[in-house]
Design a protein around this ligand. Sequence first.
Ligand code: ZN
Length: 473
Amino acid sequence: MNATRWNRREVLGGVLAAGALSSAPFRSSLGQQPAGTMTERSELLIRNAYVLTMDAAVGDIAGGDVHVRGGAIAAVGRGLTAPGAQIIDGAGMLVLPGLVETHWHIWTALLRSLAGDSQEYGYFPTSRTIGTFYSSEDMYAAGRLAAAEAINSGVTFVHDWCHNVRGPDYAQAALRALTESGIRARFSYGSPTAASNDASIDLRDLTRLAESWREHSNDGLLTLGLAWRGAASAATVRDYEVAKELGLPISVHANNFQSSAGGIQQLADRKLLAPGMQVIHAVWCTPAEIRALADNRVNVSVSPYSEMRIGFGFPVVGDLIAAGVTVGLSVDTTTLSGNADMFAIMKAIQNIENGRTLNENKMTARRVLELATIDGARSMGIDASVGSLKAGKRADLIMVDTRALNLAMLTEPAHLLVEAAQPANVDTVIIDGRVLKRAGRLTSLDVGDIVAGAERASTAVRRRSGWTWPSQP
Ligand SMILES: [Zn+2]
């Protein structure tokens, strides 16, 4: 179920192919597509940029060029020529792989900043109560908002950890939102929120989706996984076994609260840790548990803003990396983190690690940037196709304009990206060769319509649930 490429002919009958691969005439002026129409893949030559390839063998290229053709990176270097390609001036720009997000409950995007100030209005009661009133259209509205925010922020891959699949139409609606946005993603299929652990997820629907994934993969941009609840019961272990039989990647939250320490050890003891699996948070780990993660080649996703905001604690990225665990960075939920700013997440990771270890040089900006790009891609099993800028890989890349007040001057590029950059500095976003943001504006998504749809859905579902903040009129 990895990012297998389907050829166009195979997918033309598929769910979204008609829109995504329309044979609309080639547009010579980037960023001029009418709202709501998926952008064509372009042949582009970015010229004279500062290119951070994030490829260990190549490093950075000052005054570098990137040639994009057919959705892939054709070449990276200096003085490239590409007759017929559209030229993008890279002067003043940092060019780097798109940021890779590794765990996000996208359906909670309608509940932004709604975790309250007392225990009964905290994140879990809020999301679980309102979540049970969600319609499938709410999943769609949330997905559109999150995907648009991600693309706008320079995030080219998201892991939609969907633990509110209340029926097959909910999964379809979430997938439709991802598909229409043009983002690259893994959709991890889970339970309805607040469901009992005594019941399995809808394994029949999961199996049907897995077996017909070609129709849902959006030309290879989307993959399927299991949003696993852990070994809480025979039913949840059954979920794990079925996902394994289907060859789906498995992701699980573990050792997040201090009181949930020991969870990874239990998974290890039951032989439920497997290569390529993802463990989320892993805040409270013994050295033996970190060794078990490394020995079993299990990857970890950390989400500093939800972990700190909810009081789990501080991510232990340095300990994980030192043991050889591959780490990716994540948003988790904008109910707690507020937004999907991966630059802020990178900055938090560096600051937490240096502060925690009383060491100015513990976590370098370059290392954090790796977590947000190539290591994040490794942690999701997609590093063969994205995560660094290298000929032959798919063309997921961003351009960051250093001529803004908060970024000038062009000093040390990795430090600038981790310490100073913000989503507003993302000038251009290219995913699978499609220019989805150009000159600071989304090219194919209608922001006004997406925000209005999210606003309507959020207001209505909160009203249906009867959930209001005590302080709200
Ligand atoms: Zn989570």
